[in-house]
Write a protein that binds this ligand. Structure first.
Ligand code: HEM
Length: 361
């Protein structure tokens, strides 16, 4: 028998009593309460709530990808949830504008009472970075130190354990490696792709060599750059060279996974490729929105602090600028653009493969 449904009361359901009693400015303890401290607390709390929702979505996505295989239905759920994540990210990026209504001088009314607390200690933010795929070894030195020196033993242990588990980056990499786009039996797609890229590169080289508008030095310079592009293409298809690129830190995603992602990007109009393509695009959007948040936060910090150090002891604006550049996760998906071919140069898929990738009514 179904349980009888109890009447629900708005405030009880949302735990508003506890929730609205959780804004306690510290400035009042030391003198007159600073007016803007309430805004500072509420903006941070709103961020933490949205982080919670983002993590809720991300965990569910990672969980779906941990299955032996990911069905079209699951992929559609994943795309839906990541779209939500990106929307939330856009919203919280805009929230920086609200904190910026506080002037740097008003911030000084309570800033010193907050030392040594800092955004470094936002565990949910660290969980977000780690769950997406950021590894300690990737972090810049000060970021590594803050991880070790500024967190409680309990938090540090929790985050270290989390880093040992599969992140979104890793589950996606495994999924891409499992996809059957590397070997199509008799039709050697990648040989055809190589042929097409060589033709395209030869043509580009010819254009540089015959460009009468360029000086001799400019031609030499452009040919050198062009030779590097050719090396990148060659490394993509050569297992040993690709491994060297991974070891040198130039790429992170495995060769197999990269080739699958490239195939998806090139043939995104084939019906079966469409959801995977949307998914890959969303990963770049998540990365982009997080990077934009870092950038906006960094600019806001410069506006609030100038060149002062942060309450957590970092160099402030300068430190945040460096993490904005280095704490990226899905750059390999951005770099796929390097290897795309114009539509007319793409290898024509045999009818049998086209049929397998499509459906029609
Ligand atoms: C007046 C407003 C703010 C100032 C002046 C400020 C300042 C800083 C500074 C200087 C750092 C570097 C660490 C340190 O030395 O303390 C930092 C880190 C951080 N802040 Fe803020 N912040 C502000 C608002 C916010 C808000 C609203 C959030 C939202 C959650 C936030 C989240 C973070 C996070 C997550 C970090 C760690 C970033 C990383 O390590 O890459 N901050 N903040």
């Amino acid at each position: 028998m179904n349980k009888p449904i109890e009447p629900c009361y708005y405030g009880d359901y949302l735990k508003l009593e506890q929730f609205l009693d959780a804004q306690k400015p510290v400035s009042g303890k030391y003198g007159e309460e600073a007016h803007d401290e309430t805004l500072f607390i509420i903006v941070h709390q709103a961020y933490e709530l949205w982080f919670k929702q983002i993590l809720h979505e991300l965990y569910s996505v990672i969980h779906l990808f941990k299955q032996e295989s990911v069905s079209e239905r699951d992929l559609s759920t994943v795309v839906h949830r990541l779209k939500r994540v990106v929307k939330i990210q856009h919203l919280i990026n805009d929230q920086i504008d609200i904190i910026e209504t506080m002037t740097p001088q008003d911030f000084l009314d309570f800033r010193n009472y907050l030392v040594p607390a800092s955004g470094f200690q936002s565990i949910q933010f660290k969980v977000l970075e780690i769950s997406l795929g950021l590894k300690s070894k990737q972090r810049i030195d000060f970021d590594k130190q803050s991880f070790y020196n500024r967190l409680t033993d309990e938090h540090r242990k929790f985050l270290e354990e989390l880093e040992g588990q599969d992140s979104l980056f890793e589950v996606v990499e495994k999924w891409l490696e499992r996809l059957p786009f590397l070997n199509f039996g008799k039709f050697n797609f990648w040989q055809q792709y190589q042929k097409a890229t060589n033709e395209m590169l030869d043509q580009e080289k010819h254009i540089i060599e015959n460009n009468t508008l360029l000086s001799e030095i400019e031609v030499r310079h452009q040919l050198k750059e062009h030779a590097n592009t050719r090396l990148n293409f060659e490394a993509l298809l050569d297992e040993k060279e690709y491994q060297k690129a991974i070891e040198a830190g130039r790429v992170r995603l495995s060769q197999k996974a990269t080739l699958s992602a490239l195939f998806i990007s090139m043939y995104r109009e084939e019906p079966l490729m469409n959801l995977p393509f949307q998914f890959i695009t969303l990963l770049t959007e998540v990365d982009e929105a997080l990077t934009l948040w870092r950038y906006k936060h960094m600019m806001m910090v410069q506006r609030m602090l100038g060149t002062k150090i942060g309450t957590g002891g970092s160099s402030g604006h300068d430190y945040l600028k460096r993490t904005t550049e280095s704490n990226r996760i899905f750059t390999d998906f951005y770099n796929l653009a390097t290897f795309l071919l114009p539509k007319q140069a793409m290898p024509e898929l045999p009818e049998s493969i086209k049929k397998a990738l499509g459906f029609s009514y």
